[in-house]
Design a protein around this ligand. Structure first.
Ligand code: MG
Length: 446
């Protein structure tokens, strides 16, 4: 049985269990038709199944008459930027992001260099039932290689108007980068060397053989922590295989937690350029504390990167992103970009004459707890109704599921998009309070 998962964020699956060359070719052809047979930029992360799926994607696109610009192995933000900065009709990123190595996926990019807006993604998926109108034999598309996209991406980051490149260069920071053998090894060390850092490369060969679990969570960063200590480095950075999420290890050799990446970047950017902040409903409320210091609002969006990006554009946000290490710096583009996040964090250190642990200590600290309820899919809505009734006397945000807003705590209850599961996220002032609230909520709902 095919277990390919198609959603507004793209199409993903395990190799051989839904994701295979024929599925990739078909979705690519349909996307080419959806983008009216225009020019399509294609890039991929380093996964072992990347080359074969890349060939299939190129076959699908050229077979419906699209010309293809092939970027090779690049970060996802590099694909997005290459589309935005060109006359391409769209792009396809072949990457399963932080998923394990047997997974692969396709992410679809619109002509503006952003992922398809939810309503466009829905229309695209609906077009999957139509038959493919292959082009005439003399109309097939051609393939051009663009090997400079990463250089242009780095140049754009270095031209963020408020970062002080010289201040960073003078510090000659010693930096360890763990790219988990994903696409990050081809961009992050180059960016760091441009910033005159002494670079220690860890897992920077883009082989697709991930050296550890690829999601940059604290528990997966032991090797990076050790390397930072061993080398006496100023900071360690970890990125996921497609380089849109960034996690930090302090000079003491401790992973500080993904939530802090956006918070440190936000504080630095707002001091330079005060303006609205946008982040999703499940990211830390420390964003509100930081924004209050600068007298600017925080806009909370549905979970999903594109929702943050759309709100940032609407509200002309100065900074935004997600608590999972996804920093969006609109001076580069309105999408998560780990290399841009690295430049902001190093600039914050250099200009503030601070170590990374000092910058982290300045951020208000809250604590998360999360759990899930597994139920029959028929009961999902019933439980959501129960949650709504159970918290009727609380302030509730219904932008995405049910977010119960307390005084210095919140409880976010939402249905998973892909499984019969209800997820409960809690943030509170102490770890004990967070886990108590989480437990109580689960008990109330089951
Ligand atoms: Mg990713």
């Amino acid at each position: 049985m095919s277990r390919l998962m198609a959603s507004v964020s793209g199409v993903r699956g395990i190799w051989g269990e839904g994701m295979d060359p024929s599925a990739a070719m078909e979705f690519a052809a349909r996307f080419g038709l959806f983008q009216k047979r225009g020019k399509i930029v294609v890039g991929r992360d380093s996964r072992v199944t990347g080359p074969v799926l890349h060939h299939a994607v190129v076959a699908g696109l050229t077979g419906v008459g699209c010309d293809v610009v092939d970027l090779g192995i690049v970060s996802t933000p590099t694909v997005l930027l290459a589309v935005e900065d060109s006359d391409a009709a769209g792009g396809i990123g072949i990457t399963a992001s932080h998923n394990p190595a047997q997974w692969n996926a396709m992410k679809f990019v619109d002509s503006n260099g952003l992922f398809l807006y939810p309503e466009r993604a829905k229309a695209f998926l609906e077009s999957a039932s139509e038959s493919i109108d292959w082009c005439g034999w003399n109309e097939v598309g051609s393939v051009h290689t663009d090997s400079r996209a990463t250089d242009r991406h780095i140049a754009k980051i270095l031209s963020i108007p408020y970062i002080d490149v010289q201040a960073i260069q003078k510090k000659r920071y010693k930096v360890v980068i763990d790219a988990v053998n994903g696409a990050g090894g081809l961009i992050v060390p180059r960016l760091l060397r441009k910033l005159n850092c002494e670079v220690i490369e860890l897992n920077c060969q883009p082989t697709g053989h991930f050296a550890h679990e690829p999601e940059p969570l604290n528990k997966n960063l032991k090797q990076l922590e050790e390397a930072v200590r061993e080398h006496g480095a100023d900071i360690g950075f970890a990125v996921d295989p497609d380089v849109d999420r960034l996690a930090i290890v302090s000079e003491k050799g401790n992973a500080i937690g993904e939530e802090f990446t956006l918070l440190i970047a936000s504080k630095y950017v707002l001091a330079k350029k005060p303006g609205p902040v946008a982040t999703n409903l499940s990211s830390s409320m420390a964003s509100e504390d930081i924004a209050a210091e600068f007298g600017v609002p925080v806009y909370r969006t549905k979970v999903g990167e594109i929702n943050v990006g759309v709100t940032m554009i609407e509200k002309n946000a100065a900074i935004g992103g997600e608590g999972n290490g996804g920093v969006i710096c609109p001076e580069v583009h309105t999408t998560r970009d780990a290399p841009a996040g690295i430049a902001l964090v190093l600039s914050a250190m250099a200009e503030g004459e601070m170590e990374i642990s000092g910058l982290t200590d300045e951020i208000p600290r809250y604590h998360f707890a999360k759990d899930k309820i597994e139920v029959d899919s028929g009961r999902l809505d019933l439980i959501m109704q129960k949650a709504l009734a159970g918290f009727a006397d609380h302030k509730i945000d219904r932008t995405d599921g049910i977010k119960v807003l307390g005084d210095k705590h919140w409880i976010h209850i939402r249905k998973s998009g892909t499984e019969p599961i209800i997820r409960v996220y809690v943030e509170a002032q102490t770890p004990e309070e967070a886990s108590r609230l989480c437990k109580d909520t689960i008990q109330r709902l089951t």
